[in-house]
Structures are given as C-alpha cells and as structure tokens.
Design a protein around this ligand. Structure first.
Ligand code: C5P
Length: 403
C-alpha cells in the first residue's frame, strides 16, 4: 500500500524511540522508502547504526555536516519526502516546532518543509497536560500538523496517564490512511452499531456485557475517512464519538433496532455492537427489594438487529457485515453464523479471556465472505477497521490494479 511513498521519520529523544525500529520495519514491509533524521538526544536511546540497517538508507543528524549538505541538503531532504513523521515527538521538539526554532537538522527540516507533517507525542502525563504543551499542540494543529495520540497507560517513568506513544501499528494505519484515496466511499451511506446494550432490570440495575465499543467506533471512523455518510448507533460506552459521523445514543436492544431502522436506507451496514440477546420479561417500575435470599429473573429474547437488517427487501443494505464473538472454534462458528443470520460477510473474533479482545486495543479476526474465510493476523482494532473498510470499498469501487 505504501509502494513508492517516501517517508521522512524525525526521531527525537524519548524513551519510546526504540518503537521507531518496529515502525521502520512495518513501513519498509509495505514498500515505503524511509529516511531518518535522529536528533542528538535520540542517539542516547537508539543507535544510528540500527536505524541505518533497518531503513537501508543513510541516517541524518548533523545540520553542519559538509558531506551531508553536499549530498542531500536540508531543503532537499524535506522536499524529497511525501510525508514527515515526528516520532516520538517530545515536549521539547513540539515546543521548538510551535515556535519555529531551527537549531538542529530536525527542526530546520521541519521549518523548511512544504509537506504534510504528523507528530506522535510521547511524554510524561504532567508534561502533556502542562499549559505550554497544550498551547503548542493547539498551535501546531492550527497549522495543519496531524497529532496522533497520545494514549493513556503505564509509562516508562512509572506514572500512569495520558502521554504514552501510540503503537507502531496505529502509526502505520494513520500513514496508510494519509496516502489512501479518501473519496472511495463518497456518495455512499453507512450504518454502524457499536458498544454493548444495557437491559434494565429495574430503575437502578441492568444487564450488560464487556463490550468497549472500540472496534465499532473505529469502523465508523474509517468509513467517515473514506467519505461514507455514516450513522453510528452506539450503546453505552466510554469511547468518544467519532468526528464526522451522525451519532445516535441508545441504551437497549429495542432502542438500537428502532434507531437502525430510522437510519435506513443505507448502502452498507456493519453490526459490531454486542447486543444483549435477552431482556427482562417483566419490567419493574420500582427498585426490587432484597426480600429473599434468591431472585429469579425471567428473560425474553431481544430482536436480532443483524438478522432483521439482512432480510431481503427494498431497504436491505447492499452489504451487511456482522460480527461473531466466540471463545472457541472462531472460524467455524463464524461461517455457520453467516448462514444463520443471512448477512453477506461476518467477522469472527476471539473474545476468550486470554485474547484480551474485550476492552483491549487489539483483535484477531477471521473474515468470512461468500467466497470463503481468511484469517488476519493479530493487529490493532484501528487497523482491523482500516482493512475491513478498504475491503468494503473494494466491493463498491474496485481500484485499478497498480502496474
Ligand atoms: O448471535 P450473536 O450475538 O453471536 O451474533 C453477533 C452478531 O449479531 C453481531 O454482529 C451483533 O451485532 C449482531 N446482533 C444483533 N442483534 C442481536 C444480537 C446480535 O444485531 N440481538
């Protein structure tokens, strides 16, 4: 996907610099040409030799190197790239970028460039939240710099919070998105369901499941990125609403079904929500009191949204994609679920506790279509979304094969 693309990685001095080696490998695997600039402090974390070996290119670092300036001056270095990626972007380099300081090769190239710049922040949570950094990020975004992340999580310094660099696979996804034709789904409408549903037991309690909504939300974002007019019907999750999608918030399966029906007609439907299979038979308007040691709840089946959307009819989306969350024999169960539900494609995914799928950032899936099934390697949910949506786009607008 990145064949003939020239990427300039500007590696600054943060502990996450070692992750650039993995990013380099992934980019090369996709066919990109990658040149690297290391700041002086980056060389404290990784060596120019390992970067040169993985990139297969000379590594740059010195603004005043006569030989480098002769062979590849700083202006040419920036002009010869299709995209510049600052990774990890420390608070220091972000501040220098925001101020237009050009006191080393990395910042000089960043000031001289006329190409798109992505920055991948990585720093301690306090540094990330500092008013100076907040203002620098705002300035850079205002100038069109794309900021990726950071994520929330445990940090090398022992603290916890926002500031952790996004993983190399996610950076790869963003780079691929940058180069992808983001008008492939223009003029098409898409519906996505995401998250769990909550089925009330009484006014205070409910039945729920462990779905985080991360995969469904990522799919909605990817559809928006490729130009689809997207409606996201979301159950209760902590995931932020994706930019550019029409978002309908629901609680129960019945509400989700109603919102989906209202969103029709669409060309594409992706049912990623973990809809509760049952709801309480008899709703109670008052809180159930703890009167006995035992309580029996009677349940009744919820409507199957995926099955209903898949039924033939005028309003059936042209492509209906379902999910099959399984804890064993994932591919086999996904194949039989596709037949039972009547959808066109189904994504089988392993949600056994050992897989870490529920609530986690990665997913290992099997795509089952009318022509067979294929297993995808474990990857980030963002990457699964990106690949899936590109496959959907292939279905509607096949791309001409590249020479
Ligand atoms: O039958 P099961 O719940 O395993 O099927 C999973 C697929 O069906 C998912 O795509 C899910 O969004 C969808 N589903 C639905 N409505 C239900 C139950 C599941 O749309 N009531």
């Amino acid at each position: 996907m990145l064949q003939n693309k020239r990427i300039l990685l500007i590696i600054s001095g943060g502990i996450a610099a070692y992750k650039c080696l993995e990013l380099l490998r992934l980019l090369r695997e996709q066919g990109a040409t990658v040149r690297c600039i290391l700041t002086k402090s980056a060389t404290e974390f990784i060596t120019p030799l390992s970067v040169a070996t993985l990139s297969g290119e000379k590594v740059y670092g010195d603004l005043f190197s006569l030989t480098d300036e002769y062979g590849m001056g700083h202006i040419k270095l920036s002009r010869d790239a299709d995209l510049l990626v600052v990774v990890p972007a420390t608070a220091n380099i972000l501040a220098r970028m925001a101020q237009g300081i050009a006191d080393d090769l990395a910042t000089t190239v960043l000031l001289a460039t006329n190409k798109k710049v992505m920055a991948v922040p990585s720093m301690n949570v306090r540094m990330w939240e500092h008013a100076a950094t907040v203002s620098n990020i705002k300035t850079l975004q205002g100038r069109g710099v794309e900021i990726l992340g950071p994520n929330c999580g445990a940090m090398a310094c022992g603290e916890y919070g926002e500031g952790r660099m996004v993983e190399p696979t996610e950076i790869l996804t963003a780079i691929r998105t940058h180069f992808s034709d983001n008008s492939r789904l223009n003029g098409l409408r898409a519906l996505v369901t995401s998250g769990p549903t909550h089925e009330p037991i009484d006014p205070v309690r409910y039945i729920a499941n462990r779905s985080s909504g991360k995969q469904g939300h990522a799919i909605a974002s990817a559809l928006v990125r490729l130009g689809a007019e997207t409606t996201l019907v979301r159950g209760p999750t902590n995931e932020p609403d994706p930019d550019g999608a029409k978002v309908i918030r629901v609680e129960t399966a019945c509400e989700m079904l109603k919102a989906c029906k209202n969103a029709l007609p669409t060309d594409i439907a992706v049912c990623a929500a973990a809809v509760s299979d049952w709801r309480i038979k008899k709703e109670t308007s008052q809180k159930i009191k703890k009167e006995n040691a035992e309580l029996t709840l009677s349940l009744k089946e919820n409507p199957d949204i995926l099955e209903l959307l898949s039924q033939p009819g005028n309003e059936r989306p042209r492509l209906v994609v379902g999910f099959a969350a399984e804890t064993s024999d994932v591919a086999e169960k996904a194949i039989s679920k596709r037949g039972k539900k009547g959808c066109d494609w189904i994504i089988g995914n392993d949600v056994s506790p050992k897989s870490g799928t529920f609530g986690g950032d990665t997913n290992q899936v099997h795509l089952v279509t009318e022509t067979g099934s294929e297993s995808w390697p474990k990857m980030s949910k963002l990457e699964v979304a990106d690949l899936l949506v590109n496959r959907i786009a292939d279905q509607f607008r096949p791309q001409a094969p590249t020479e």
